[in-house]
Design a protein around this ligand. Structure first.
Ligand code: SF4
Ligand code: SF4
Length: 240
């Protein structure tokens, strides 16, 4: 049987149960390359009590994103498996990444204009190894998202949409090494980003910091938001 991707209407219900009782328990965590959004990385580092740099060095790798060409952090597998999977399940469950929360759903969000996401679509991914689909249809996509605590993840991940749009428009090709490294720092390396702001190397940096006044104080959401704007500013500067 092949994997199936099924578009879900808002009222469509699907069955899904995942628990230590399923025969495939943790199999999905043992055969994957798990991509992390900047918010995923922030939450995981905080949940593990690590600085962003310690987290990155200990648990991740940086790649050019296959679809966007933007640098993307992935969890570094251990023997092919996620570094956080144990026989008892996920040891970072409270801070597990967006795609782990959403599974078996995938969410697509679009931003044709300015402002919040103008469109959202949900898909059900039925993979042959996953045995969680037995039982009566229970969940809608919205109910699943709420039960999995996805609201904050979706909100923060949607902040990437303007950057993705700018990347497509300004730099359709893969980013050159120096620019890729600076964009990666803006997205995933708060220590380096603070230094870039302090040294005046982010175009329009003062105005970005005015919009995110907490950004110079720590590694939290304000710096993440400033980093997204900094990454876009770097792309714009390089395209001139
Ligand atoms: S494969 Fe599916 S049912 Fe099995 S542990 Fe993973 S998500 Fe749960
Ligand atoms: S972070 Fe947790 S849920 Fe996600 S792949 Fe790793 S062990 Fe599985």
């Amino acid at each position: 049987m092949e994997a199936e991707l099924i578009a879900l209407a808002p009222e469509t219900r699907f069955s899904f149960t995942c628990s230590p009782e399923v025969p495939c328990f943790t199999r999905c965590c043992r055969e994957l390359v798990q991509a992390l959004t900047p918010y995923d990385a922030l939450r995981l580092a905080a949940g593990l009590g690590l600085s962003a740099r310690e987290f990155r060095e200990r648990y991740t790798r940086l790649h050019p994103g296959p679809e966007t060409g933007l640098p993307i952090l992935t969890l570094a597998p251990v023997g092919g498996a996620c570094p956080f999977v144990t026989a008892q399940g996920c040891r970072v469950y409270a801070d597990r990444p967006s795609s782990c929360r959403a599974y078996p759903l995938l969410r697509a969000a679009g931003l044709p204009g300015q402002g919040p996401p103008a469109s959202e679509a949900w898909f059900l991914l039925r993979e042959p190894h996953c045995r969680g689909f037995d039982g009566p249809p229970r969940w809608t996509a919205a109910a699943w998202a709420e039960a999995q605590g996805l609201e904050a993840y979706n909100r923060e991940n949607d902040r990437l949409l303007p950057l993705l749009r700018a990347k497509r428009r300004l730099h359709p090709a893969p980013l050159a090494g120096g620019l890729a490294a600076r964009v990666a720092a803006a997205l995933y390396d708060p220590e380096a980003l603070r230094e870039e702001f302090a040294a005046g190397r982010i175009p329009g940096g003062e105005r970005i910091l005015e919009r995110h006044p907490g950004a110079t104080a720590g590694e939290g959401l304000a710096l993440l938001h400033a980093g997204l704007e900094a990454a876009e500013a770097l792309l714009r500067e390089a395209s001139r």
